[in-house]
Design a protein around this ligand. Structure first.
Ligand SMILES: N[C@@H](CCC(=O)N[C@@H](CS)C(=O)NCC(=O)O)C(=O)O
Length: 212
């Protein structure tokens, strides 16, 4: 299987998941500005919107959308689903993936990360911060993970919360989130994936500064 990613983008969740599962995959870097992969080909010929992550199976089937890719990997590696026999716990995974994708990733962080977003849009997004983070903080009160064990939702949550450091989102007032983030950072799969992508991100920045 091939996974298309950009360093420290939401596709970080897929890399964490692969390492967590001990799964084999070819990871292909996409430059978010040019949409070209490291061999110079145009990623949009693989996935028309040019958004990462994208997964291509051994049979050449394309799968897009973070939530779908993470659930597909959970199907392939059932150890990623806590309490797999419980229908409600399986639905909780979908619940958290939807919440992270819509309420955090797209509604809160994307407008704040987008240099082209008008200030009024950024302020509108920031108005949602407190209620969304309060909900996450309450869920994590007395819990190690979002579900009853590590899941792909934690991988996605980690990737998204990491953007707080480059946006006005402050996690400081949310003790359970700060502790959760630190716990995840210490987890082997997360530590490895995060270190690798930080290194790749530094190289991407250096390339951009050099105009290449
Ligand atoms: N709906 C897509 C969104 C994916 C997405 O927004 N990917 C970002 C990185 S986190 C991206 O590729 N951005 C590049 C762009 O907007 O051109 C999903 O959930 O997978």
């Amino acid at each position: 299987m091939k996974i298309y990613f950009s360093p420290l983008a939401c596709s970080l969740a897929t890399r964490i998941t692969l390492y967590e599962a001990g799964a084999e995959a070819t990871l292909i870097e996409v430059d978010p500005k040019t949409k070209h992969t490291s061999d110079g080909s145009d990623f949009r010929t693989v996935s028309p919107l040019g958004l990462v992550p994208a997964l291509v199976t051994e049979d050449g089937e394309l799968l897009t959308e973070n939530a779908a890719i993470l659930q597909y990997l959970t199907e392939l590696y059932p150890q990623l689903q806590p309490r797999a026999s419980d229908a409600l716990e399986r639905a909780r995974l979908k619940q958290w993936l939807s919440f992270i994708g819509t309420e955090l990733h797209k509604a809160l962080y994307v407008p704040l990360l987008d240099h082209k977003a008008p200030e009024v849009v950024k302020q509108y997004a920031l108005q949602k911060m407190e209620s969304r983070l309060t909900l996450v903080a309450q869920r994590l009160e007395g819990r190690e993970f979002l579900l009853d064990g590590f899941s792909v939702a934690d991988a996605y949550m980690f990737a998204v919360l990491n953007w707080s450091s480059v946006t006005p989102v402050s996690l400081a007032g949310y003790r359970s989130i700060v502790e959760y983030q630190a716990r995840l950072r210490d987890r082997a799969s997360v530590a490895r994936a995060f270190a690798e992508e930080r290194e790749l991100y530094s190289r991407e920045l250096a390339r951009q500064r050099a105009g290449g």
